[in-house]
Design a protein around this ligand. Structure first.
Ligand code: DO4
Ligand code: MG
Length: 294
């Protein structure tokens, strides 16, 4: 995790143990930890265990800290239509509910090349408890709870985090060429709370993802999925992102959604979105509407 240190208000990197104890680390970012572990020819998790072996955990609990994005990802990319459920939802948007249509979403689901799109930059991405903004020109907006791959500059998967690929179903459904506007605007992406180191994960196709949306403190939407329902492998998705491309160290690649709220649902100002992924934690963000600017 990264949190804001109370006195200095400076961002601080910390490790969380299985017992949820918080150990500040003498590095600014996970990328530095990974680089130093490489020099020492040990795994990042072993290096972190060495670093915290003789230190004491913080007195504050994880819940008491002001959490920041776990990594300042220079870019966030996202994969689309990687689950059957997403394909069906996209078809519903694009065809006004004509469920037997055969569309480009069906084609991309089966094609060798996956859908990969540019989602966000460091400046647009927010962390735990930060406000997610609604677009002022959309009437059909939803969160997309997704597993995020945290990548090195070589495209190696360093760890896993939680991401929210906020989406405007009406804008995307009107015309696929509107995808960037349906996906990318200020505060349209959140990541966090933690990065689970890749080497500690036995099987990344067994993550359980749950999404809950609260309105006036009442649970109004709940859905669950597992990464074992993915149509693609993570290596396949990273392979296409890397192809003839630059991958900046700390890039996050979201892996697609498998949880879609009911078709009549749209997010509203004041809603609270909670995304939980087994072993990683829970990413919570309030939703705020924007004043239309013309
Ligand atoms: O083409 C639409 C994007 C789909 C997407 O973001 C997803 O499947 O998660
Ligand atoms: Mg998505």
């Amino acid at each position: 995790i990264r949190y804001e240190e109370k006195q200095s208000q400076s961002p601080t990197l910390a490790a969380i143990t299985d017992q949820n104890q918080v150990y500040p680390l003498p590095f600014n970012s996970l990328l530095e930890v990974v680089a130093e572990a490489k020099v020492k020819q040990i795994k990042p998790v072993e290096f972190i265990q060495e670093l915290i072996a003789d230190s004491l955990p913080l007195n504050e609990s994880l819940q008491e800290l002001k959490l920041l994005v776990p990594i300042e990802a220079p870019e966030v990319w996202a994969s689309g239509v990687t689950y059957q459920k997403s394909k069906e939802a996209r078809n519903y948007e694009a065809t006004n509910g004509k469920l037997d249509a055969n569309t480009f979403y069906d084609k991309v689901y089966d094609a060798e090349r996956p859908e990969i799109f540019f989602k966000s930059t460091k400046e647009r991405t927010i962390g735990p408890d930060g406000d997610l903004f609604l677009r002022s020109d959309s009437n059909w907006q939803i969160p997309e709870p997704e597993l995020g791959l945290v990548l090195s500059g070589e495209g190696e998967i360093i760890g896993y985090t939680i991401g929210n690929d906020m989406s405007c179903r009406d804008i995307e459904g009107e015309n696929p060429l509107y995808l960037p506007q349906a996906k990318l605007w200020s505060h349209s992406c959140s990541i966090g709370p933690a990065i689970l180191l890749a080497e500690t994960v036995e099987d990344p196709y067994q993550f359980e993802i749950t999404c809950k949306i609260y309105r006036n403190e009442e649970l109004v939407v709940e859905g669950s999925a597992s990464t074992n329902q993915l149509k693609r492998t993570f290596d396949e998705l990273v392979g296409f992102l890397k192809r003839d491309n630059i991958v900046f160290p700390g890039t996050v690649l979201l892996t697609g959604t498998c949880i879609v709220p009911p078709n009549e649902f749209t997010l509203a100002d004041g809603d609270q979105i909670e995304i939980l992924i087994s072993g990683i934690g829970s990413l919570t963000n309030p939703v705020k509407s924007q004043v239309a600017q013309t």
